[in-house]
Design a protein around this ligand. Sequence first.
Ligand code: SF4
Length: 243
Amino acid sequence: MLDTQTTPTHWFPSNIDALNRRFTAAGPQALLRWVTTKLGDDVALSTGFGLSGIVLMHMLSDIRPWTPIFYLDTDLHFAETHALRDELQGRLGITIQEVHCGLSLDDQGKRFGPKLWQSEPGLCCHLRKVEPLKRYLANKRGWITGIRRDQGATRAHAPVVSWDEGNQVVKFAPLAHWTREQTLTYIHTHHLPLNQLHAEGYASIGCWPCTAKTAAGGNERSGRWAGREKTECGIHVAARGYQ
Ligand code: SF4
């Protein structure tokens, strides 16, 4: 019996460590089935259209295709990413909601100067990703994300189930313990589409101003904010200022 405490706005499983162990062993489909049954539309899948997101969207399309799925639309995604979004919606019979910060690039430029992604990328991510996510999750009790431990040092200890202090919801990472090879095998086995940019040398794809081709020998995310100390946009980092 899984013990939980529920309030109108928060849901905190008191046995979060047990859930972690259980769903690390049981696998991603078991976790998706359990959490979507338990929370219904109060849990949502966030995707940036990377490999793990494609796997999770496909699994959800089989388990509960009407589960809320969203992406953070920064106005700075590649055209190829939008093409993949449209193809996934058509192929999987899912609706992927766009969550926007409400600040146009023009207005951002007037308030903070042009090309904020160059002058202060931490603030740009905060405005266009971190805050919109927080506002969206204010109406949820949990969110599902595709992060994996093998994506880089900042994700090396990502739990499968955890409490997201910054957003005050439970965070589920069903593929935290999967490898990049496992996600690719799943994608190929199920004949799922990929972002065309992967074939052009981009291992991880975010906003176009902050995404470069992956250097030889670099980890999956080494092309993101290349040449800077920044390695995360901030949505997977506990709230302690910008990164
Ligand atoms: S990834 Fe770059 S362009 Fe996108 S929100 Fe962050 S700083 Fe801005």
